[in-house]
Unconditional design. Structure first.
Length: 137
C-alpha cells in the first residue's frame, strides 16, 4: 500500500492506513527526521478518539494516552535509545506485548523486540513537499 498526502490531507491518509492495517496492535514508523512520523501518529490518535495532548515522547520514551473506549494507547519514541537492552529497561517491550495499541517511532533502534504481526510503515518526504506513506505486506 502506498499513499501520498500533504499534511493538510493527513486525516484521509490515516483513515486509509487504519483500514489497511485492520486490528494490528503495533505500528512501527520508519523515516528520517521531519518525515512526519509524529504528525501521522497524532492523526491516528485523533482517529482513535484520544483526547490527550499527543506530543512526541522523545525524552520520556513512552507516553500513554486513552482512546475513545478508555483503553491505553502507547506512543513510543526510541530515538534516544542505544539498543534493545535500553528499550527493555525503559519498559518498551512490556508495552509492545501488552495487547494494547502501540505506535512506535524509530523502531530500528531496537528491531529485535517487536512482536509478530507488527506493521512497519515507512514515511518519506517527496520533492514537492508531500509525504509518501508505504506499507510492505
Amino acid at each position: 500500500m502506498v499513499v501520498n498526502f500533504s499534511l493538510d490531507g493527513i486525516a484521509p491518509a490515516v483513515q486509509e492506513l487504519l483500514a489497511h492495517v485492520g486490528d494490528a496492535r503495533v505500528l512501527a514508523f520508519h523515516g528520517e527526521m521531519g518525515a512526519g512520523k509524529t504528525t501521522c501518529i497524532e492523526a491516528i490518535c485523533r482517529a482513535w478518539g484520544v483526547q490527550d495532548h499527543t506530543g512526541s515522547p522523545t525524552f520520556s520514551i513512552i507516553n500513554e494516552y486513552r482512546d475513545a473506549d478508555g483503553q491505553p494507547v502507547y506512543h513510543m519514541d526510541l530515538y534516544r535509545l542505544k539498543d534493545e537492552a535500553e528499550a527493555m529497561q525503559a519498559g518498551v517491550e512490556d508495552c509492545l506485548y501488552s495487547g494494547y495499541r502501540c505506535l512506535v517511532e524509530w523502531p530500528e533502534k531496537a528491531p529485535g523486540i517487536f512482536p509478530p504481526g507488527t506493521v512497519h510503515i515507512w514515511l518519506k518526504l517527496t520533492g514537492d513537499g508531500t509525504r509518501r506513506l508505504e506499507i510492505n505486506p
